[in-house]
Design a protein around this ligand. Structure first.
Ligand code: C2O
Ligand code: CU
Ligand code: CU
Length: 482
């Protein structure tokens, strides 16, 4: 491990006043090579199977943690899906509690969405058909059973989706899985004294969302990624329950943002920092042609009812993932593309009907005293699975003005992609100018949304805060599209 890296690591631990020290294994000198989830390529076959199962995972040394995953012990395979085609899926639940597989970022009809209404009972199989006509994108999947989502994702029920049209080579983009096209799932976690994964949410975390003091990438602690001496594409997924990352590189080299949640931009945008809230994805290119190693870092972003809406950093910065140039790896792409074929959203929305949503949390005495006293809601109404909050019309456009109470909330909508028109009355920041399905609300955002897929009253779409403890606590609603 490099010196810079160790200094940063120590700085991180020291900056974390209230938290325990990072597990030593995360900073041992014997770094493991980062592994990528197995690639399940359904782009030619048009079918795949997932099985929710329990497992034992060794995150640190020999300590075993009881975990859950899809087709493996923790997390699930990366699934490659062909757009313009139909994919048949089977999801089998071998656990003894209901689970689901929600396709976060796929534009599919409500009945195939995998939200709370498509919970799979123990022993059962759910067989959706994913008929995709969206542009290429990095999406993800995770369990979404109301009240259990935070715990089930914490223990492993999540994975990544690559929607592809098979044209990335023509775009000049890296596309060799795990070589120059890297899938990175960022999750902060907590380990107990015996190095076992724990999720014991006290009063503070049930209010503000869970934040762990150990960093996992693809379910691994203390790994480093080998990269070729060329252009590398990172598909970064924030799969954390509540932590917001503000990513940078240790030597201040830029990221070249090429895609947001919903797909490609029209050209790469150089950025020194990239914010990534829970549920969001970015694709960035990093130029390693100079052969120099670098470390993916994050600012420690405070976000609690105490810190208020502006959040901001605690001043701490921590290492997420070291990149080590390996000259034995093939250099497939040696230069950044000038342009991309993505279309930036431009939804003519002046006359679109306006809907106002406020993400509410109340912190009364009840909340301070007991977990069950938490009050999370949208427009004052906590989620009720038997109430569809409103109906919208298929192929219509709406403008949503979403505001958040007390702290920052990543707001997500199922079944659509949207344009961020403004953030607190200003032009959206660079990361929010492409197509989105999740956006961090730090005050107020204005969105333009088109509804392209149907969702019935019995299989409505969700909209919610993607801090999973808030979602489970009731900061969620549902709507139909017909
Ligand atoms: Cu990523 Cu409703 O979820
Ligand atoms: Cu979703
Ligand atoms: Cu929230």
């Amino acid at each position: 491990m490099s010196l810079v890296n160790r200094r940063e690591a120590i700085g991180y631990a020291a900056g974390f006043a209230a938290a325990a020290m990072l597990p030593a294994a995360a900073f041992s000198d014997a770094r493991q090579k980062l592994e990528y989830p197995p690639l399940l390529d359904a782009s030619k076959s048009g079918l795949f199977q997932l099985q929710a199962q329990s497992g034992t995972t060794r995150f640190h040394g020999n300590a075993a943690s009881e975990t859950i995953g899809y087709n493996q012990g923790y997390l699930g395979p990366t699934i490659r899906l062909q757009t313009g085609a139909e994919t048949r899926v089977e999801v089998r639940n071998t656990l003894n509690e209901p689970v689901s597989a929600h396709w976060h970022g796929l534009l599919v009809a409500g009945e195939f969405d995998g939200g709370p209404h498509q919970a799979i009972a123990p022993g059962n199989t759910w067989a959706p058909v994913l008929s995709l006509d969206q542009p290429p994108a990095t999406a993800w999947y995770h369990s979404h059973v109301h009240g259990a989502t935070a715990r089930q994702v914490m223990f492993g029920l999540a994975g990544v989706l690559h929607v592809t049209d098979g044209e990335d080579d023509n775009r000049g983009l890296p596309s060799a899985y795990g070589v120059d096209d890297l899938t990175l799932v960022l999750q902060d976690r907590q380990f107990n004294r015996r190095d076992g994964l724990t999720y014991d949410v006290g009063m503070h975390q049930s209010m503000n969302g869970f934040r762990g003091d150990a960093m996992l990438v693809n379910g691994q602690a203390g790994a480093s990624a080998a990269v070729p001496k060329g252009i590398v594409r990172c598909r970064v997924v924030n799969g954390s329950n509540a932590r917001i990352y503000r990513l940078s590189l240790s030597d201040a080299r830029p990221f070249h943002l090429v895609a947001t949640d919903g797909g490609f931009l029209d050209r790469p945008v150089a950025l020194n920092r990239v914010m990534l809230a829970p549920g969001e994805r970015v694709e960035v290119l990093i130029d390693f042609t100079d052969g120099q190693d670098s470390v993916l870092m994050s600012d420690d972003i405070a976000n609690s009812a105490m810190s208020g809406m502006m959040g901001g950093g605690s001043g701490g910065r921590f290492a997420v993932l070291p990149f080590t140039v390996d000259t034995t790896l093939p250099v497939r792409i040696g230069a950044l593309p000038d342009t991309l074929d993505g279309q930036l959203p431009d939804l003519a929305s002046r006359d679109a009907p306006v809907r106002r949503l406020s993400l509410d949390m109340s912190m009364g005495m009840g909340m301070m005293m007991s977990r069950s006293g938490n009050q999370f809601s949208i427009n004052g109404a906590p989620f009720d699975q038997n109430t569809v909050n409103f109906a919208t019309s298929l192929n219509g456009t709406e403008r949503w003005i979403v505001s958040g109470d007390m702290m920052m909330h990543p707001f997500h909508i199922h079944g659509v992609r949207f344009q961020v028109l403004s953030e607190n009355g200003r032009q959206p920041r660079a990361e929010n100018r492409g197509w989105k399905d999740t956006v961090l609300v730090a005050g107020e955002v204005e969105l333009a949304i088109t509804f392209d897929k149907p969702a019935s009253n019995s299989a409505p779409y969700m909209y919610h805060c993607h801090i999973l403890e808030h979602e489970d606590g009731g900061m969620m609603g549902q709507f139909s599209v017909a």
